[in-house]
Design a protein around this ligand. Structure first.
Ligand code: NAD
Length: 226
């Protein structure tokens, strides 16, 4: 089976009602990244960080996968589909995708602040302050904060180097190291990009300047017809 590697960002979940980060109505218009999504923020004011991610988690639980998430599931009928998402929501999994790498974590889970690689489930929608992990650390959201290393980068780079087709959906490609993944895709591999805004990519790529719901369907229709 040929391998389709898909890199997704906040834009694929926009039509599910989850805000992106950098659009004009995006989340960072309302919050400062330094206050809620860095390791220092967690050390300085963990309650604020927990509140921020508790609100994100509530949004995610309420949201439903949209047409774009569902189309990527359809692609599994013919291809070995590997999704690399920058998103912290779980809408790919809830749509039915079976192979998903979360580069930046999963807001529906938590982890000890002494071991960021072992996720635990969260009961309900709220992670309260002061819950002790089995290793004695404090439970925090299972999120890779902005200035922390990204442990899933290695497997993601490996997947990109093995792609037969590569699709990018709904990412401004400004958050590194994730944005650099395209450089690991061999030059001969056909690439597609779906985004309603112009995104700068330094390679030959088929662009669908439209929202994920319609654009991903077009890419999937094309790959299914090959
Ligand atoms: P970004 O906000 O920088 O870029 C979003 C991109 O999506 C933009 O290029 C925008 O034009 C595009 N977009 C907007 N609406 C779209 C639609 N309907 N269909 C397709 N594309 C659309 O987000 P990013 O590049 O993913 O990077 C920022 C960080 O934001 C990531 O690290 C991610 O962890 C985090 N984030 C995640 C979520 C989520 O989990 N759903 C939401 C917001 C931010």
């Amino acid at each position: 089976m040929k391998k389709v590697v898909v890199l997704t960002g906040a834009g694929i979940s926009a039509e599910s009602g989850i805000s992106t980060f950098r659009d004009s109505d995006g989340l960072w218009e309302q919050y400062r990244v330094e206050d809620v999504a860095t390791h220092e923020a967690w050390e300085r004011n963990p309650k604020l960080v927990l509140d921020f991610y508790n609100a994100r988690r509530k949004d995610v639980i309420k949201a439903q996968p949209n047409e774009a998430h569902k189309q990527l599931v359809r692609l599994e009928e013919k291809y070995d589909v590997r999704i690399i998402t920058q998103n912290i929501d779980n809408l790919h999994e809830r749509a039915g995708s079976t192979n998903v790498i979360h580069l930046h974590g999963d807001v529906t889970k938590c982890c000890s602040d002494r071991n960021l690689n072992k996720p635990y489930p969260i009961e309900g929608d709220t992670l309260s302050y002061g819950i002790t992990a089995p290793d004695g650390g404090m439970m925090r959201p299972f999120i890779v904060f902005f200035n922390e290393p990204v442990p899933m980068m290695e497997p993601a780079m490996e997947l990109c180097s093995q792609a037969d087709y590569f699709i990018i959906v709904g990412t401004s490609l400004v958050v590194y190291p994730a944005a650099g993944l395209i450089n690991f895709v061999p030059k001969s591999v056909p690439c597609y990009l779906v985004d309603p805004k112009e995104v700068r990519v330094s390679r030959n790529i088929t662009v669908y300047t439209e929202k994920a719901g319609t654009g991903v369907k077009k890419v999937v229709d094309e790959l299914m017809s090959l």
